[in-house]
Structures are given as C-alpha cells and as structure tokens.
Design a protein around this ligand. Structure first.
Ligand code: GFB
Length: 320
C-alpha cells in the first residue's frame, strides 16, 4: 500500500469506519474513495457495483452492516442479519468483479461458539452453537467469513477476515437500549448524573467478562493486517483489556462522575459468559495496542459530551 493506493472504507459511518478513515488520513493516504455521502447504499447491489466500476478501489476495509449491543440484537435480529448479509454479498461481489487487490472483512467475536475454550482461537470457529442473543447477526458475520474464504479458493482473491474484540470509541451508538455496553452505560450514567439519580441500572449480573479494544487501536490493527497478513486463516484483532462488566460499570461511573449506587438488573441477559480473543498470531507479527483502557474511556466520554450529550435519548443511527 502506498499513499496513492485507492482505499475504500465500506461502512465509513460506523465506529470502525470512522476510526479507520481518521487513521488512514493521518497516515497520509491521499486517495480515499466513497467517504461520507459519497458512499453508496451498500445494500443495493446495482449502486454498489456502479460505485466500484467508477472508483475501482484497490484496497477495501469492509466494516459495513448494522450492529448493536445485546438489546438491539434481541429486538431487531432480522434487520441486523439482512443488512450484514446484503452489504457483505454486494461488496465482495463488486470487489471481485472490479479487481480489488486486497480486502479486509471485519467479522465479530460473537461468531465464536458460546462455550469455546478461552482465549478464543480461530480453530474454534464453527465447532459449537453461538450465543443465542446474537445468533442472527453472528450467523451473518460467520457467513461473511466463509464467503471471503470461498472467493479466495475459487478466484484467488486476497480477501482476509479479521475477528475484532468488543470495540468502543468516538462515533459509537450511545443509545441506552441499542448500544454496546460501554457507550450505553456512558449515556445512562451521564443522564443519571444530570438528573441526580441515586441509582444506575446495569444490565445482567455484572459477572460476564469481555475483551475491549479502543477503536483507534482496532483501526491500527486493521491497517497492519492489510499491509502484512495474507494468510488463509482468519485473524483475531484483540490484545486489549479483559474486564468484568461490573469493573466496566465502576470505571464508567468514575469517568462520568456519577456518585450513586450501581444496581444490577438480573432480568436482563448476560449474553456470553466470557469473550477474550487469543491474538497471539497478530502480536507475534509485531503489532501492539497502544491505548490505556481508562484513558480511552475518558476520551470516548469527552467525545460524547461534545457531540452527542444534547441529542434525544431515542436518537438512532443507521449503523454503528
Ligand atoms: O456490549 P454488549 O451488548 O455485547 O453487552 P455482547 C456486554 C455485556 O454488558 C452483557 C452487559 O453482559 C450485558 O448484559 N450490560 C450491562 C449492558 N449494562 C448494559 C447496557 O446498558 N447495555 C448493553 N448493551 N449491555 C454483542 C453482540 O454481545 O457483542 C453483538 O450482541 C456484537 O452481536 C458485540 O457482536 C461484539 O458482547 O454481549
């Protein structure tokens, strides 16, 4: 990849997409295509193909497709699955048809079996049932990986799949019902503090553990993989911090300055008991995360304060 490589971040309005676009600009990439409103509707096969025919991206980061937290996965499995299947089908077909030289597809750690050995190794993919709360979305992500694999085998396409840990950062979905745990709790802790509430409700028991990766580090990992990894096997994109949800909730309360009590609502689902990735293959290639969890949480909250705090609580974005 050179500064002149034509790069398309598919899903530029997502959490990952924003972080990647920012990083690519900072790294001097001058030929980003399909940025902002120039991105076509990737669920529309004809629009996607016309875009690829015109722009001919040489490198594609495929982060498109709706996603959300455990609440959205339970409320809208059809929309999540359809959006991810359609965007993946369309982008891979057009990338193949118009000669994209390298593509990195971002899958999701929830596509791993619910009870796979931890930390999660790519060899475990497909060896058992997935976590039921996100099965529809996860199945679409799993299918995306398999389709990349099929393009590799049948047509020799350099399509690589990455499985990211639970990411968070600026431009995330901060809606209390639809977002992932970090942005949703930041929003609810902020609102609770503003109202002077005595309690902050945290979903589930607080016992599940998740590996978190700051979106800026995830973007760095994606660029590193695009530059250095050609393997057939998918690659885990983690190396971040493994924390319990209770730890996260306490950290959120501190960063926001919420002084009340945390209450765990056990009528809400816990989801997978533990999700931590084995990122040894990535780390062995020399990549390292740079962000400290607490500092990243603080940056994310400050981004929220400047960009989202005054928006309505029901604000919904098309994709995160
Ligand atoms: O972030 P989250 O929705 O993702 O939830 P998953 C993680 C944990 O945080 C669960 C708890 O145990 C939740 O019960 N939690 C506590 C909360 N308070 C909250 C809250 O206010 N909001 C949310 N959302 N959770 C997702 C999948 O699962 O993983 C998606 O549903 C996606 O498909 C993502 O792939 C990576 O890790 O449980």
């Amino acid at each position: 990849m050179t500064p002149h490589t034509r790069v398309f971040v598919a899903g530029g309005n997502t959490l990952y997409g924003h972080a990647l676009t920012t990083l690519l600009r900072a790294e001097g990439f001058e030929s980003l295509v399909g940025v902002g409103t120039a991105e076509p509707d990737l669920t529309d096969a004809a629009a996607t193909d016309a875009f690829f025919a015109q722009e001919r991206p040489e490198c594609v980061f495929l982060c498109a497709g709706r996603s959300g937290g455990i609440g959205l996965n339970r409320a809208a499995p059809v929309e999540l699955m359809r959006d991810n299947l359609l965007t993946t089908l369309n982008v891979l077909a057009s990338a193949h048809r118009h000669g994209t030289a390298k593509l990195l597809y971002l899958a999701s750690s929830c596509a791993y079996p619910k009870h796979a050995a931890q930390p999660l190794q790519v060899e475990s993919l497909g060896t058992g049932p997935m976590e039921p709360t996100s099965e529809a979305y996860s199945t679409a992500k799993f299918a995306g990986w398999k389709l990349c694999d099929a393009y590799r085998r049948e047509y020799g396409c350099r399509f690589v799949t990455g499985f990211p840990a639970n990411a968070f950062g600026p431009h995330d979905d901060f809606t209390p019902e639809g977002g992932h745990v970090i942005p949703a709790l930041l929003r609810r802790a902020h609102d609770a503090k503003s109202r002077g509430d005595a309690e902050l409700v945290v979903w589930g028991t607080g016992a599940p553990r998740r590996e978190f990766v700051y979106s800026r580090d995830l973007a760095r990992a994606c660029l590193f993989v695009a530059r250095n990894y050609e393997g057939e096997a998918p690659i885990n994109l983690g190396g971040g911090t493994d924390l319990s949800i209770a730890d996260v909730a306490h950290a959120v309360a501190e960063v926001v300055g919420f002084k009340g009590r945390l209450v765990f609502d056990t009528t809400k689902p816990d989801g997978a008991p533990l999700k931590a990735l084995d990122s040894a293959p990535l780390l062995d290639m020399g990549w390292r995360p740079e962000s400290d969890f607490r500092a990243a949480l603080n940056e994310t909250y400050h981004w929220f304060l400047h960009h989202r705090a005054t928006e309505g609580r029901t604000h919904a974005r098309r994709a995160v």
